[in-house]
Design a protein around this ligand. Sequence first.
Ligand SMILES: Nc1ncnc2c1ncn2[C@@H]1O[C@H](COP(=O)(O)OP(=O)(O)OP(=O)(O)O)[C@@H](O)[C@H]1O
Length: 527
Amino acid sequence: MEKDTSFLFSGITFDRKKFARDFARFQEKKESDNQPKLIENENPEIEQVTSARVDKKRKRKAPLSDPVEGFTLFKSSKSKAVNEEPDQHEDEILQGKKEYHRQLERDALFRKKHNIHVSGSNIPSPLQNFAELQLRYSCRSYLLRNLAELGFKEPTPIQRQAIPVLLSGRECFACAPTGSGKTFAFVCPILMKLKNASKDGVRAVILCPTRELAAQTARECKKLIKGKKFYIKLMTKQLAKGADFSKLPCDILISTPFRLQYAIQKRKLDLSKVEFLVLDESDKLFELGLVEQVDAVVKACSNPSILRSLFSATLPDTVEELARTIMHDAVRVIIGRKNSASESIKQKLIFVGSEEGKLLALRQSFAESLNPPVLLFVQNKERAKELYNELKYDDIRADVIHADLSQIERENAVNNFRCGKTWVLIATDVISRGMDFKGINCVINYDFPDSAAAYIHRIGRSGRAGRSGEAITLYTEADVPFLRNVANVITASGCEVPEWIMSLQKKKWKKHRPQRESISTKPEDEE
Ligand SMILES: Nc1ncnc2c1ncn2[C@@H]1O[C@H](COP(=O)(O)OP(=O)(O)OP(=O)(O)O)[C@@H](O)[C@H]1O
């Protein structure tokens, strides 16, 4: 068609001078032709843009046009348009401002409803639902499909706010209760931003304080990428010692600080292209013993446009201050009250007098009602072994996990507990953070936790993802001076504590690890 048309006009030279008057009429008609079209336009936004364009065209064309019939009409309408333009523009700005403020109000109400507290500048609106991931951020369908398969219907409060913050390219430190879905809150933006697999070096690093948590996070990532190719690597001992990192395709690397520092320093692992660094259980990572290794990793992630984020259920002020020194224009997201326990856990304090009383109380409680799975926390690995030796011949399926076991023994202990082979798992704090055992009915603090943060994380192994749970904390005379700190956490999450405990003096409490009598009831020579 086009060819035909050009053929029709080829070789014809239009005599503009001779037909100036007629030509001008066509010009005029053409312009006025536009006007009803604009009015017909159903979309007011498009209308504004189109009319602005036409006005611009007019402005540019006007000096070129010859004086024609109807010029005055054009002139008057044009001069009107010129007069109107600033008003219209101001109007648009005003409307824009009004809409912006209305949106801020809506966001504030929505955040209040979901107990989301934020600070920082220009914080993106929280997610109303998962569909917004696609509407606002063009999320790929594989991820939405996997979410649906995992049964995630609604975003949790931390997901509603932290995901848009990270997707809008802002750094973030976040504090949300145990079991509230923080893992997906940081993995989702990473997957969305990385878009596709690449063999271009490590692009994201997730640091976890323990191997068990690192392995769990890697497993969760793999569930989320089902049907999509991504290279997700867990830094195992073998990988750290034997891999050729220059050839290893890796989009997301999940590791403990120790193994990653080893790989950086001894195996020349290059992290200069890392775009995302997540410090999960960040307050633990900033504790003495880990902070130097974390520092080495932070330094190795030298990409100037890296996005760093910190997540935990407990975020002491000291960690926040430290975080501020390394982060740029970060957004702070707190769900509920900072450093509080999950509200879905029924918490109790039980006085047992002495160490001997503890074992009696435990045996009695198991005899009356044992509702597995039960997680039992003790102060150190020696006590874990002792308690295991006491319970292993009782008629309950007990197992133990602590740092003296080999990697494979630790994995077996976790897996047997996960699948229900073990009813009671005796543990040190090695699994108190982040581990997601579905449906733990009861956490028993056989030994009083060494800090309020440890208490929050330990009991947070139950009552996850909105489920209910129970936490029992045994205490002896030696623990009384430290009761008040834990009692504060208990009352803040809506559970009751005897009045006399609330009237105890608050204690400035670093680590409470009293010398405890042995758990073992066997005579020493027999041992
Ligand atoms: N939107 C959601 N809907 C339903 N379940 C979810 C959702 N997001 C996460 N979960 C589930 O909730 C559980 C807890 O999630 P996750 O382990 O990420 O919690 P967390 O906040 O990191 O806890 P912790 O502080 O103990 O590390 C997991 O089993 C996870 O699959």
